[in-house]
Design a protein around this ligand. Structure first.
Ligand SMILES: O=C(O)CCC(=O)C(=O)O
Length: 245
């Protein structure tokens, strides 16, 4: 990891998304993949149903959820001091690890993610919450990269609506007008990461290629944030209409 903290903070506050090259080393990427493979093979069947969302084939993992709760190795990764120190200024406070999860985007059948803001799910005020999205596979233009609308973190929060998508139950009521080629496409080598603010609008397309696009997500909030009951009620309505599992 090689990042100037002042530049990182300035870019994050203005754009709502930043890229950090070589966030994990090649050896760390191998260790993440090995532990995910082992967890899916040996442990997942014994975890509660809220540990995952499957793709439409009902067997391939779309998302793993709550790894900070169900897997000590990933909890320890999320609590690494160097990562906490990196995100603390962006959160304007003491970081609290809230979630470790995956968006697996498996080859050929990996489903898309509708336009959304994460705070429609997180429901925090002030919105000092972010996601470190770490590429475990290379992310290419073809295998379903995440597209971000830079600066949307500073705009008024747009209306939401239930999306009907399993694992991503709440989206934006209207598709943003910005054409795809003007949006920021996070193309990443394995080990690179993006960090996005919880109000930054983003989405991703299905993966129709022969190459998987596995992302590991570390989600943090500042210890000073609180749950907004109105946002929470709206989220629960959508999540009840389309449960994650
Ligand atoms: O990995 C993806 O395709 C979407 C990720 C996402 O929605 C997120 O990081 O909040």
């Amino acid at each position: 990891m090689n990042t100037d903290p002042a530049q990182l903070l300035a870019d994050y506050e203005s754009d709502g998304v930043v890229i950090i090259r070589q966030f994990l080393t090649a050896e760390e990427v191998v260790a993440v993949r090995d532990e995910l493979d082992r967890y899916i093979r040996d442990d997942l069947a014994e975890r509660p149903i809220d540990a995952r969302t499957l793709e439409a084939d009902e067997k391939t993992v779309r998302n793993l959820w709550r790894l900070e709760k169900y897997n000590d190795w990933f909890k320890a990764l999320g609590e690494r001091e160097d990562i906490r120190a990196l995100v603390a200024p962006l959160l304007h406070g003491e970081p609290l690890l809230c979630a470790v999860e995956t968006f697996n985007k498996p080859a050929r059948i990996g489903s898309g993610v509708p336009y959304h803001q994460d705070n429609a799910y997180f429901c925090q005020t002030p919105p000092d919450m972010l996601t470190v999205w770490i590429a475990i596979d290379p992310v290419t233009p073809a295998n379903g990269p995440v597209y971000f609308i830079k600066g949307s973190n500073k705009e008024p929060v747009p209306p939401t609506q239930p999306s009907g998508v399993r694992g991503n139950s709440i989206g934006l009521a209207e598709t943003p007008k910005m054409p795809l080629d003007e949006q920021f496409c996070a193309l990443l080598a394995a080990g690179d990461a993006s960090i996005h603010h919880c109000n930054t609008i983003h989405h991703s397309a299905p993966n129709t290629t022969d190459f998987p696009r596995l992302g590991l997500l570390l989600v943090y909030r500042g210890t000073h944030t609180q749950t907004d009951p109105t946002l929470k009620a709206t989220y629960l309505e959508a999540a009840t209409a389309t449960p994650p599992a």
